[in-house]
Design a protein around this ligand. Structure first.
Ligand code: SAH
Ligand code: SF4
Ligand code: F3S
Length: 466
């Protein structure tokens, strides 16, 4: 059930106002920024490229690693100058800080940056119009970092248009929050308890995205495969059931989901990778460490052997599946042997792509106060070794596609005239020479060459999907 809390615009609201949104962090923030833009549209706000043309600036922040707050304050310092310059010209600028730093450090932001008008946490974006109205009445700063009982998705308008240029690939948040409390992570504190959107609400938004041009949808959630939404039949649906229903939407050619947790990789979802051609054979499945001792200290809830077993079962179900992962080096207590276990897991599994980070103590998380913190220079050395290994694997994976024919979804123009750019099932950027008419379509491409971060190829056959 969806209700829209957005009031129809009044006469005075109709005047067009500039909105500039700066987005940091994960794809869920990208999605949220688009939703905040949607919710402000009825008030007359339209996206503008530069903050100095904006009547409202939203800084959508991330708290996951390193000096998040300092980065926010330095950006706010810059925006303060913009606000002052505009004020000197008689123009008002509403400055809002949203996202995970706002949630974690809202009061501190208002204390240190009193020129900020609105601070809002990720669960209260549907209340933004009301906050803007209050800020516009100059009633002082507005702060809203509640975890309200109402689900924000019940009150936000559905996505109007896909978020990527050309609108062919879109994000769709289906699940939010996290109850897993990994030792190192702020997400359970900034995004609150895990909750899933009802199936119908997701399907409706997906159909809308497809109608407005999306060919590929990436389902988002901090634990997206822990999805447990209420189905139209009154039962709880998992991600496998949801993916099956999405795959039946005509015109939706590709489905992805991120980020998954190994503990929630159930049999039904593994089977869905076998049964649903629309489910892309590329999975981001963070493991963080290959050492059981460290996995336990991280509170990940699985062992390295269990992770390897999931990978085997996935490859059994979908032999061409490629894997991506996240790694943390230097979690408190990580010894050389623990680190070597991570290197061994990487060698055993083989990743097509990965993200890796030095452990960064986050205030308020259990690991931040744990003994045996790993010195910075050790973290540096481990990160370097790990990234070198992962780079070798990524290059090897990309080299492995050279000479193969892969279906490419064309999303736009390349840099050179006459060139198209698109993405393979493995999220590789692919460039070919081809006609504009292929944009929005999937065509078979023989991969010819591998560059550092992209591939080039030639068209084999033009195959459009209805
Ligand atoms: N929900 C996802 C992760 C979301 S955060 C999962 O469970 O896998 C994205 C990534 O940031 C994590 O996978 C982790 O590798 C990294 N990360 C999170 N907190 C971190 C910290 N304190 N220090 C370093 N890396 C961190
Ligand atoms: Fe953070 Fe762990 Fe939750 Fe992922 S599963 S969001 S790493 S607490
Ligand atoms: Fe960052 Fe919040 Fe996403 S901390 S990674 S923006 S959930």
């Amino acid at each position: 059930m969806t209700q829209h809390s957005v009031c129809p615009p009044t006469e005075s609201d109709r005047e067009v106002k500039g909105l500039h949104v700066i987005t940091w962090g994960c794809q869920m923030n990208v999605y949220d920024s688009a939703r905040m833009t949607d919710v402000l549209r009825p008030l007359g706000y339209q996206a503008v490229e530069a903050p100095d043309a904006a009547d409202m600036v939203i800084l959508n922040t991330c708290h996951i690693r390193d000096r998040a707050a300092e980065k926010v304050f330095s950006e706010l310092g810059r925006l303060r100058l913009v606000k002052e310059t505009r004020a000197a010209e008689g123009q008002r600028t509403i400055l809002a800080v949203a996202g995970c730093v706002a949630q974690a450090e809202g009061a501190e932001i208002l204390a240190r940056a009193p020129y900020v008008d609105i601070v809002l946490g990720p669960q209260t974006y549907h209340r933004l119009p009301e906050m803007v109205a209050r800020a516009a009445r100059a009633a002082g700063a507005v702060i809203d970092t509640d975890f309200p009982a109402e689900q924000k998705f019940d009150f936000l308008p559905d996505a109007q248009a896909p978020q990527t240029p050309g609108g062919l690939t879109a994000f769709l948040t289906i699940q939010e929050g996290c109850d897993k409390f990994c030792s190192f992570c702020v997400v359970p504190y900034t995004r609150g308890a895990e909750s899933s959107r009802p199936v119908e609400s997701v399907l409706r938004e997906a159909r809308r995205l497809v109608e407005t041009g999306a060919r590929e949808i990436t389902l988002l959630g901090q634990n997206v495969n822990g999805y447990h939404g209420e189905g139209p039949d009154g039962r709880v649906w998992g991600l496998a059931g949801l993916a099956e229903a999405l795959a039946a939407i005509p015109g939706l050619a590709r489905i992805r989901y991120t980020t998954s947790h190994p503990r929630d990789m159930d049999d039904a979802l593994i089977a869905a990778h076998r049964d649903l051609p629309a489910l892309m054979p590329f999975l981001h499945l963070p493991v963080q460490s290959g050492s059981d001792r460290i996995l336990a200290a991280m509170n990940r809830g699985h062992t390295a052997a269990e992770y390897r077993d999931i990978v085997l079962r996935l490859r059994d179900a979908r032999p061409d599946i490629a894997l991506s992962s996240d790694f943390i080096v230097g979690h408190p207590g990580e010894s050389d042997a623990d680190f070597e276990a991570t290197m061994q897991l990487i060698r055993d599994v083989g990743f097509a792509q990965a993200f890796s980070f030095k452990y960064s103590p986050r205030p308020g998380t259990p690991a931040a106060g744990a003994p045996l913190q790993v010195p910075e220079d050790v973290k540096d050395a481990r990160l370097q070794a790990l990234q070198a290994l992962l780079r070798t694997q990524q290059d090897a994976f990309n080299d492995g596609t050279v000479g193969r024919v892969v279906p490419v979804l064309f999303t736009g123009h390349g840099r050179k005239p006459g060139q198209l750019s698109g993405r393979s099932p493995y999220l590789q950027a692919v460039h070919v020479d081809g006609p504009d008419a292929l944009i929005g379509q999937i065509a078979q491409v023989e991969i010819r060459e591998r560059y550092t971060n992209s591939l080039s190829g030639t068209l084999i056959q033009e195959r459009a999907f209805a």
